[in-house]
Design a protein around this ligand. Sequence first.
Ligand SMILES: Cc1cc2nc3c(=O)[nH]c(=O)nc-3n(C[C@H](O)[C@H](O)[C@H](O)COP(=O)(O)OP(=O)(O)OC[C@H]3O[C@@H](n4cnc5c(N)ncnc54)[C@H](O)[C@@H]3O)c2cc1C
Length: 414
Amino acid sequence: MQVAVIGGGVIGVCTAYYLAEAGHEVVVLERHSNVAEQASFGNAGIIASGDVPTWAAPGMSGKILSMLLQTEAPVKFSPTMSRSFWRWVRLWMRECRLERFRVNKERMQRVVGYSRDVLHELRHQHELDYESTQGYLQLFRDRRELQLAEPALALLADSGTPHRLVDGDGAREIEPALSSQTDLAAALYLPQGESGNCPLFTKQLKVLAQKMGVTFHFNAEVKSLRSSGQRVTLDIDQQSFQADAVVLAAGVDSAALLATLGLRVPLYPVKGYSATAQIRDFDEAPRSALMDEAYKVGIVRMGSRIRIAGTAELGAPLHTLRDASLRTLIKVGNDWFPNAANFHSASFWCGARSMLPDGAPLLGPTPINNVFLNIGHGANGWAMAPGSGRILADLISHRTPDIDLDGLTIERYN
Ligand SMILES: Cc1cc2nc3c(=O)[nH]c(=O)nc-3n(C[C@H](O)[C@H](O)[C@H](O)COP(=O)(O)OP(=O)(O)OC[C@H]3O[C@@H](n4cnc5c(N)ncnc54)[C@H](O)[C@@H]3O)c2cc1C
């Protein structure tokens, strides 16, 4: 079967790789000149397989409201007049209820856990080296932050996921360079958590996919999609291109492309930032991945560099760097690893997560014949990419995916 994948981020490249492995003729259409140029470029790199970050959580709406006026707030709302913005916020607030949180977390956990296994297989099969680290430490600056994490801690205990709640000294046994000058009420250690350099991995997988026959068309922007029953037509500038099946993996731009087919999903861009700094003292640097829960900012070791990434802005212009958000990243870096690097001279980046209000992705078929989705991975697209790619390849090849897709398809919006 000839399959076109729209988007050359980590999701599109993983999908193309598994489609080729399943024997399909695959073309990736990407508007940039290389893979991993958008959200997949500067993310934190955390693979939080033990306790996947779930933004729609009990207490989150209150936390955000209380922080709106702070300069170094982790979340910024720039209310626009757009109906899609207000619809997203309304749906997201509904998903913050405890019973919805449990449902959504289980769905996301299902994908991330599977994806981690698929990633490990890939890593061993091809001896991939993408600056991975093992272990993940969540930092709670005060008791209030720890209280907010209680529903997640209860789910961890129920699921039997290995984890350990430790105090400041316990946290510094795991991460010896963690500063003792910053208040730390507790930390949660998840030994199964990992991290890795997402664009490095994506580029390595692109080469493997090319060897398997995948064709990458760069500087090719798909403007619209049309279905004529059996075949799907993609309009690219003055040309059009036909395929037996199409997988939409276009990140934040997926909603606009879906709209050309008359399909609407509440996908919204949630902007974030990262700072990447060269390590100047390796003894003072983090060993693996951490998350400052108060600021929702990740700190990750990537080879000889440290990446600090996070914050969430809704309704803001997507491509401009906002000083206050960069200051938040620098503050978090200096609070926890003050001697590791000069965070002021870091390389700064911004990008957007394509986020559904409940946080779980949309995988699989649509009501339009032969148009498939691999979208809406929100804050966990790197963690979910290998598994999501293989699921799409299984579905298109008429094979049963390894995990149940209940609650992960477009049917949840019907
Ligand atoms: C600050 C920040 C921190 C993050 N941290 C983490 C983390 O620690 N762990 C984690 O798992 N995830 C994290 N994420 C999320 C993760 O980066 C994304 O979920 C993931 O990169 C999404 O991959 P993607 O391939 O769907 O999107 P993208 O990487 O954005 O790729 C989509 C591609 O589609 C292309 N495209 C779009 N429209 C068209 C079109 N019409 N025609 C042709 N091409 C098109 C784009 O050019 C782009 O290359 C973070 C995100 C941000 C912003």
